[in-house]
Design a protein around this ligand. Structure first.
Ligand SMILES: [Zn+2]
Length: 472
């Protein structure tokens, strides 16, 4: 007797697509295919539908503080609101950040961040530890302990991003030290790479020339910056054998090329892009409320977009994340200059549907390719596989039933995220009709059954294969 059987769907398994049944017992998947025959407390008919693992967004910022142009803080929507939207859109797990700064220990950074999440997140979640100021004296030992305790990813910035910010950029000596700990302890560096000299030079130049409108952001956070910074940090990693890296929000063809070359040399490096970068370009800054398309680094050219798509097809780009930073339209558009425009996206809810349209419907990607890019690869790289990101016996029963007959357009009014969406009017060719987290139905036909305390923290360990650069 199973708790749940999902009957007759096209199930996207690690071995390919299988038409048949999937059985759930408790919080985990009990059987897929012929073994799923039998009785169950509940049966959901998935005939004509796609059954896939819950979406995983490896890059979100929830309950995040941003300073508005007038100096007042903006606190973005937290896990309760964004998690609810995520479940409506078929995402069951996200990875945020714990800020390690001001002389605190890594453990304190985690405990501080727990206050924003524990009892508040309806999705399962984890943190990357974000090095947010000069590393404290006991840095190496604390990082090693954190990795062993199940917090194995370290976020590092090579830029302060904006002229008004400082302290976020980590110098190369400290990064070098960090890589030695990561390599020794089996951690993964998750990197925001931009060339700080180029970026700050371009801010100064454009301000001097009076070209301060945000529509010029692509000139500041430009392709050359991505080229130089990616190559510099990859070169550093190459000098510390065993360092594995995940390059966040790749936005330019130069970034894709740098990753591809490093992978050809055998470096264990993975690439992430955002659905924003895949579909919008710097031309979209000129549309009404063009700030809604922006995140840091900036949108780039249509050629960059082509290179990013090519990267998702040839295995250079492994994940499509959101860089979620959910706020109102008023707050998203409050800045209008190159140096005060809010970054981040609202997009966790339509991510799966928009990517289905762009990958499966428009570009002919197979269902397994699509599932890898929105779920399974994030689980593999971030140390969650096969617990997450797989429809296989023993995996958590995080399951989405996508209905490919549910077609229409994205409308902010239909979403649960905020009062706008950068995807307004975007075609959708499938929508999640059921979202299940660890065996429990969270959303069914638009009805929400999640709860703020429903999510769980996920301790992680990076797989040996990942550390060697493989997704096998
Ligand atoms: Zn981010």
């Amino acid at each position: 007797m199973f708790d749940l059987i999902i009957r007759g769907g096209d199930i996207v398994t690690p071995q390919g697509v299988v038409r048949g049944d999937l059985a759930v017992a408790g919080e985990t998947i009990a059987a897929v295919g012929p073994g799923a025959a039998g009785e169950a407390a509940r049966v959901i008919d998935a005939g004509g539908k796609i059954v896939m693992p819950g979406g995983i967004d490896p890059h979100v910022h929830l309950h995040h503080v941003w300073i508005k142009p007038d100096g007042t803080p903006l606190v973005t929507a937290g896990p309760e609101q964004v998690g609810r939207a995520a479940l409506h859109g078929g995402t069951t797990t996200f990875i945020d950040f714990a800020y390690w700064r001001d002389g605190a220990t890594a453990q304190q950074a985690i405990e501080t961040r727990d206050k924003d999440f524990v009892g508040k997140s309806p999705c399962d979640w984890a943190y990357h530890i974000m090095l947010h100021s000069e590393p404290p004296p006991a840095f190496a030992g604390q990082l090693a302990e954190a990795i062993q305790a199940g917090y194995p990813t370290l976020k590092i910035f090579t830029t302060n991003i904006l002229p008004s910010r400082s302290g976020r950029m980590i110098d190369f000596g400290d990064i070098w030290e960090a890589f030695q700990v990561l390599a020794k302890e089996g951690g993964l560096g998750v990197i925001h790479a931009e060339d700080n000299d180029i970026v700050m030079h371009m801010y100064a130049k454009l301000i001097r020339e009076g070209r301060v409108g945000f529509e010029n952001l692509a000139e500041v956070h430009n392709q050359l910056s991505e080229d130089l910074s990616f190559r510099r940090i990859l070169r550093l990693a190459e000098n510390v054998p065993g360092t594995a890296l995940y390059m966040m929000h790749v936005s330019a063809g130069t970034g894709v090329a740098a990753i591809a070359e490093a992978r050809r040399r055998g470096l264990p490096v993975f690439g992430e892009t955002l659905h924003q970068y895949l579909i919008y370009s710097a031309d979209d800054y000129r549309r009404p409320n063009g700030q809604i398309f922006h995140t840091y680094p900036s949108l780039k050219s249509q050629d960059d977009q082509k290179a990013l798509w090519q990267g998702t097809a040839d295995g250079t780009i492994h994940c499509v994340a959101t860089d979620e930073l959910c706020c109102t339209l008023k707050d998203k558009t409050v800045g209008s200059r190159i140096d005060d425009t809010t970054g981040g996206n609202s997009g966790v809810e339509p991510r799966l549907a928009v990517m289905y349209t762009e990958m499966v419907t428009r570009r002919g990607y197979s269902l397994p390719q699509y599932v890898d890019l929105v779920s399974s690869n994030a689980a593999r790289i971030m140390g969650l596989y096969p617990r997450k990101g797989a429809l296989a016996p023993g995996s958590d029963a995080d399951i989405v039933i996508l209905d490919p007959t549910r077609r229409g357009k994205v409308r902010a009014a239909d979403l649960h995220e905020t009062d706008y969406t950068p995807w307004e009017g975007h075609d959708i060719f499938a929508w999640p009709v059921v979202t299940i987290l660890r065996g429990k139905v969270m959303v069914e036909d638009g009805q929400y059954f999640g709860s703020p305390g429903g999510g769980r923290y996920l301790k992680r360990r990076i797989a040996a294969a990942t550390l060697a650069g493989s997704l096998a």
